[in-house]
Write a protein that binds this ligand. Structure first.
Ligand code: NAD
Ligand code: IPM
Ligand code: MN
Length: 364
């Protein structure tokens, strides 16, 4: 049996609580299918590591992680101790850039047993499957740029500047991924998030590239919305969307909003992909370290578990992915007496829900 090497980084806060549940479910599915998985744990990319070493990562982190087939990540950030931009630019954002994980794939789907806070126009509840979109977020450039600076700090003349960077290669490659994804889905519908009415240099360029790329995918229905009205449409008619592609910042915002429309951001997974597989890809929940609930053992582990399913799919184990998704659905059906964490209206613990899902993996 060939063994896949997974680098495991739990990180901060609830990352440490949801990660064991992700691993529990992964082990259950690996047993079921006879998949060989080796988990190598790393303590860096966390406040604990920073406190000891004065930096978020060891100097040779690329060597330490580079030989792995994938990285399974929890969450990072402990703003009470270290400013977020320092911890994030010192860890997760480096992984995305240095490992060229230029696609951030973020599904948002209404699952059984969860009530969507966004109802239909006639006031009736939306049903599972009715919201089923994938946000494709550009993940290595755009608004997340380190080009800029601060001058005359603390004086009346203070000036701060941060440039948005869009390269043709960078935009085209994520668009190509998004179009191909749309083409592979039944609705074949792609929506582009823009703001070319106000951000008058980079965003018209983005629109131009979308138009150009659309010529290669004539069977994909394409539309675009400015980001302001797009957020309104997400809330008022989330069922309209299929694949939604956006720049780094727009994709970030939409990928919290989409899952929020499906009931809780805690279930949302993500895959930071280097599609060429030159570097390891990274799989993590969309949510962060949630300092407000960390240490209580009540975080919902589904985002972490679903991210693990996406990782297995990317590593070639589609059937294992499908079993985890089925187990998640089974565990969420109220008739099955599933434990629910507080974000889902229950009082179960992280472990209760993780165990229930692992049990369903054995059963389905
Ligand atoms: P957050 O996602 O950590 O939390 C937002 C809200 O959602 C909180 O009320 C939290 O309790 C709740 N929540 C999040 N995940 C949950 C879960 N699994 N179960 C139940 N409730 C959950 O966002 P934030 O508060 O903006 O950020 C906190 C820290 O995490 C910051 O340091 C931020 O920079 C960092 N962050 C990291 C990542 C990442 O590692 N990818 C992502 C987002 C935020
Ligand atoms: C995410 C997070 C990160 C981002 C932060 C923590 C830098 O919000 O993964 O969505 O903005 O990419
Ligand atoms: Mn985010």
């Amino acid at each position: 049996m060939s063994v896949k090497k997974i680098a495991v980084i739990a990180g901060d806060g609830i990352g440490k609580e949801v990660m064991p549940e992700g691993l529990r479910v992964m082990e259950a599915v690996a047993d079921k299918f006879g998949i060989g998985l080796q988990f190598d744990h790393f303590d860096f990319s966390s406040w604990d590591y920073f406190e000891k070493h004065g930096q978020m990562l060891p100097d040779n982190w690329k060597d330490q992680l580079g030989g792995h087939d994938a990285i399974y990540f929890g969450a990072v950030g402990w703003p009470e101790k270290i400013p977020d931009h320092v911890s994030l630019w010192g860890s997760l954002l480096q992984f995305r850039r240095e490992f060229d994980q230029y696609v951030n794939l973020r599904p948002a789907r209404l699952m059984p047993g969860i009530i969507a806070p966004v109802v239909r126009r006639d006031g009736t509840a939306r049903q599972p499957g009715e919201i089923d979109m994938v946000i494709v977020r550009e993940n290595t450039e755009g608004e997340y740029s380190s080009i800029g600076g601060r001058m005359f700090a603390g004086t009346e003349r203070e000036i701060v500047l941060q440039e948005t960077v869009m390269t043709r290669t960078g935009v085209d490659r994520v668009l190509k991924f998004a179009f191909e994804l749309a083409q592979s889905r039944p609705k074949k519908h792609l929506t582009s998030a823009t703001k070319s009415n106000g951000i008058a240099i980079t965003m018209p360029f983005w629109d131009e590239r979308v138009l150009e790329m659309s010529k290669y995918y004539p069977d994909v229905k394409v539309d675009k919305f400015h980001i302001d009205i797009l957020t309104a449409h997400f809330v008022q008619r989330p069922d309209f969307f299929d694949v939604v592609v956006g720049s780094n910042l727009f994709g970030d915002i939409l990928s919290d909003l989409g899952p929020a429309c499906t009931g809780t951001i805690a279930i949302a997974p993500s895959a930071n992909l280097n599609p060429e597989r030159k570097f390891p890809s990274l799989f993590e929940p969309v949510h962060g370290s949630a300092p407000d609930i960390a240490g209580k053992g009540i975080a919902n582990p589904i985002g972490q578990i679903w991210s693990g399913a996406m990782m297995l799919d990317f590593l070639g184990f589609k059937a294992a992915h499908d079993v985890i998704l089925k187990a998640l659905e089974q565990a969420l059906i109220p008739d099955n007496g599933a434990p629910r964490t507080p974000d889902l209206g229950g009082n179960a613990t992280t472990q209760d829900l993780g165990r229930a899902i692992a049990k369903h993996v054995e059963l389905v």
